[in-house]
Design a protein around this ligand. Structure first.
Ligand code: DGL
Length: 298
């Protein structure tokens, strides 16, 4: 990233239905090292991908209001499902800028494809909503888009992270730790329509899926490029914050804070540290009652 610095030390707010959005938070911490991050993962209500749009919209509004109340300078909806269901609503109701991950993911796919045949792997809601197809076609209406619902990947990731505490000690975002024979089989069955369609690029349209990038890449083969939205999202963040003169001053020591609705904080910290690539030192629990109250506020 080019060097540009101003003076806003407030944190960047980031939220997801659970742990997956930490793949985006990790990219932000790597690419914008002076920026503080305030992350919320709604683990108690994860997964979002099989819920109705109106319910996900309500949950997303609660999460965004919670971050807004904690004085963040911008909010990243690090969840494709919540982006598909709620982005315009959040942009209308929240007082700071709100960006999602679908446009950046679409941009990554367009920049990668040579044959203009792109596959999208996402949750059921994101596929049903058609947000990726629209975002890709807004940039290039001639691209053939093949979408594939892979909601079961979310449970694979969340369940493995909840139980595999020994693995998390590696604190290394190593997608191969999930590559068991059962996961390989599931990936093979799920992505079969994309293999059949002959796409040359697959966008991981769910922030949990980069954790399965190892098996996904192996099943698709080396001729298919697998892209995700994380790096494009940080590039967009940099752009917005520098234009608004809201980057943190150079050499700022960032403060990262984490919050979750999960009742199992130890598991969130272990799994979260593994994904984020650093220990989650500052962690807070948020009750569903508190969130629901925020959703009601006008
Ligand atoms: N990580 C979320 C996404 O990017 C969805 C996971 C879920 O179903 O809650 O779509």
């Amino acid at each position: 990233m080019p060097v540009a610095s101003f003076g806003d030390t407030r944190a960047i707010g980031v939220f997801d239905s659970g742990l997956g959005g930490l793949t985006v938070a990790r990219a932000i911490a790597n690419d914008l090292p002076g920026e503080s991050i305030h992350y919320f993962g709604d683990t108690a209500r994860c997964p979002y991908g099989m819920r109705s749009e109106s319910e996900v919209r309500r949950f997303a509004l609660e999460a965004a209001r919670w971050l807004e109340a904690h004085a963040v300078k911008i909010i990243v909806v690090a969840c494709n499902t919540a982006t598909a269901a709620a982005l315009p609503t959040l942009q209308q109701l929240i007082s700071v800028p709100v960006i999602g991950v679908i446009d950046p993911g679409a941009r990554a796919a367009i920049n990668s494809t040579r044959t203009r045949r792109v596959g999208v792997l996402a949750t059921e809601l994101t596929v049903r909503n058609g947000a990726y197809t629209r975002a890709i076609h807004n940039r290039d209406a001639g691209v053939d888009v093949y979408s594939c619902s892979a909601s079961s990947f979310v449970s694979v990731v969340e369940d493995e992270l909840a139980t595999g505490a020994h693995v998390h000690k590696r604190w290394l975002c190593d997608s191969d730790v999930f590559d068991t024979p059962a996961v390989h089989k599931l990936v093979e069955t799920t992505v079969a329509p994309l293999v059949h369609a002959g796409v040359d690029t697959v966008v991981l349209g769910c922030t949990h899926f980069p954790l399965l990038a190892g098996p996904i890449t192996r099943v698709l083969g080396s001729h298919v490029r697998v892209v995700s939205s994380a790096e494009e999202t940080t590039a967009e963040l940099f752009d917005i914050l520098s234009r608004r003169e809201q980057l943190a001053p150079a050499n700022t020591q960032p403060k990262h804070r984490f919050a979750t609705s999960s009742n199992n904080m130890a598991s969130f910290v272990a799994a979260g540290s593994f994904i984020f690539g650093q220990a989650l030192n500052s962690i807070e629990q948020v009750s569903i009652a508190e969130l629901e109250q925020l959703g009601q506020a006008v």
